[in-house]
Design a binder for this molecule. Sequence first.
Ligand code: PMP
Length: 352
Amino acid sequence: MSVYNFCAGPAMLPAPVMAKAQSELINFDGLGVSVMELSHRSKSFLAVAETAESNLRDLMSIGDDYAVLFTHGGARAHFSAIPQNLLAAADCADYLVSGQWSEGAAKEAKKYCQVNAIDVQGNLEKLKALSQGQGRYLHYCPNETIDGIAIFDEPNTTQPLVADYSSCILGRNIDINRYGLIYAGAQKNIGPSGLAVVIVRRDLLCGAQPQTPSILDYQVLDAKESMYNTPPTFAWYLAGEVFKWLKAQGGVAAMEAMNREKAALLYDFIDSSDFYRNGVDPSHRSEMNVPFQLANAELDAQFLLEAEQGGLMALKGHRSVGGMRASIYNAMPIEGVKALVEFMKRFENRNT
Ligand code: PMP
């Protein structure tokens, strides 16, 4: 039986990447040792690191005016690092709050700067009226992983945009030049957890706040090519394998087409049924995380049990939302989404 893993993160990784990693796990590059046992300064690992970065630059058309940093600490490390690197404590930044993750980012930033929170939760129409803010940058989250809410169009402002791309990086083409900084925890569309990627316009880095830990100081990381201290080498290697796989699939454009198709399949089915529902405004429905509820929540446990028995893993919604959530990142093949829809149909038929 095939198993499809719908976990929101750590999420499934492409099957060919996992098979390759397994095949070279204890003998990398003919060296007789694992990549995770190599010095981060060895020739072999430096080649891994450089190839990963250059492939990511290719995939996202990132120019030399941007630093690409491979860091520790997941995305949350950057909730703290971003204000410390981009402004002084007395400065103000605008934070668009569209769901739980952007709310978390705004809360953390308050420790390091003045925060002007712009709450659009429950009324995404407000996004259209967004005008130029006063803050040194505008932070937002284009894909709220928990709420299943996407903001597809960049906010209409000339302030530097700072965006938490944790759950949608490489899922759609974006113009990086519209952004001052984007960051992402790796464990959805990039690789294993613990690693985060930061892409930042170098001219925005004009000295971090004095208390900033050196491991989160972007200028230090840039100068040391993300090796100020020992980086998460295995995660970096695996991210590099994911980037190679993405290129072989046709790059981000191919992912974007496939992600649209997968999401449409699932939302169309949900909309056609009275048994399931998704309450997100259709123009802001995430293509990566699809939360849905059963009309009768008493059937939730049975749904999850039978799904699991049928090889459909980790469909339980976030504890704060309840119901279900299907995360369908780049690595999820369309067959997985088809299997889910077929299961949902059968479950509905058996329970109505
Ligand atoms: N931002 C978003 C949008 C996320 O989905 C997550 C994790 N689910 C985070 C931030 C936090 O990431 P991490 O656990 O890597 O710190």
